[in-house]
Design a protein around this ligand. Sequence first.
Ligand code: ATP
Ligand code: MG
Length: 437
Amino acid sequence: MRLSRYFLPVLKETPGDAQVVSHQLMLRAGMIRQTASGIYAWLPLGQRVLQKISQIVREEQDRAGAIEVLMPTIQAADLWQQSGRYDAYGPEMLRITDRHDRDMLFSPTAEELFTTIFQNGARSYRDLPRNLYQIQWKFRDEVRPRFGVLRGREFLMKDAYSFDLDFAGARHSYNRMFLAYLRTFARMGVHAIPMRADTGPIGGDLSHEFIVLAPNGESDVFYHENWEAGRDTSGVDADDAAGLAAWIDALNADYAATDEMRDPAAEAATGAALKQSKGIEVGQVFYFGDKYTRAMGVTVQGPDGAAVTPLMGSYGIGVSRLVAAIIEASHDDAGIIWPEAVAPFKVALLNLRADDAACSAACDKLYAELEHAGVEVLYDDRDERGGAKFATADLIGIPWQLVVGPKGVAAGTVELKRRGGDRLEMTAEAAFARLTA
Ligand code: ATP
Ligand code: MG
């Protein structure tokens, strides 16, 4: 992408109404604009990051055996009356009336809809287990939307819903998602700690929140210091139910709990290893058994012919919140530092003298070669000073800067710099090889 043809409205000044660094940087880097309280337009750079995160979430959901669908955002109130949540959900639900005076709502979550859709397509125990998911916008009329997309009103969520025949199966489905979440966040360069959590309006008796430690987080969390190290999930077999359960139990032997779920005895046993921090909730998994299937009269025919009420869990990831959470965890004074897996572009190609024919020709050639090799390049071909180009590339956090100036072109060299690291001088061929390795 040539910057001269892109839409990247960066801001020089830090907007006064943005309190946390991720919100400030997302506005300054031209990623989002607020259009109403807690509602944001995603500009090209922000949309690219949202897509990168969504794709990692999608790949790990698919790998865990979940199946992607897409549900409507607007739902009929009847569905929610069947589960009893229409009245219980409260003012966070945006209620809408259509022209025929029918009560509708903008989905804040989708247990009821997935339960109905599942019932519609499942007849017998052979249709179990299943896990259906979507990546779809949600609306919650938060009493205090704040911190940009960290707590918006409209936000992008991955939500999955599992259906099982018995408790052992349901527990395995929960564990599969637990593992998938560890893998998902690790791939994004984010360290998210699973913590015992309260179930809130979703209900049920088993839940974990996945928390990224950050000074600007809204949750107070308590955990064993062992959790500060990442966990290697590479050898874990998600199909081995007993092995997976044992692996997760061993992990959870180290205490980790949110404020509502603190356990004084476990904290005493943790002793000096107990840490306290602020954290951002980036995902949550719930097991709630037959809460929705029973209320909505959902059954399938069991192996012996008798009707069975499937047991469910649901599993959310805050896709748009993650964009900000990653920035909270990865930035410096100059701007964002994207982990490569979620970066909007891999390379910023900086032409230091767009008015110099030889320099521009060298840049054009590198740009064409990198694009041809499938590398995502943002080519700063604007007629601007070098300083401004460095500042923009730093602000928007592109992992690599490939710097081309007239002196280097004459000497046959370019400079390659890791965002936040040192500049290394090398031939264009060497830089190309490094970027395509
Ligand atoms: P919170 O406690 O932060 O209000 P929640 O527990 O109500 O969130 P869940 O129902 O667990 O949210 O939704 C799944 C995920 O969606 C959360 O883990 C979070 O990452 C994300 N999420 C929830 N509310 C918001 C919001 N207002 N803005 C952005 N992301 C959100
Ligand atoms: Mg939650």
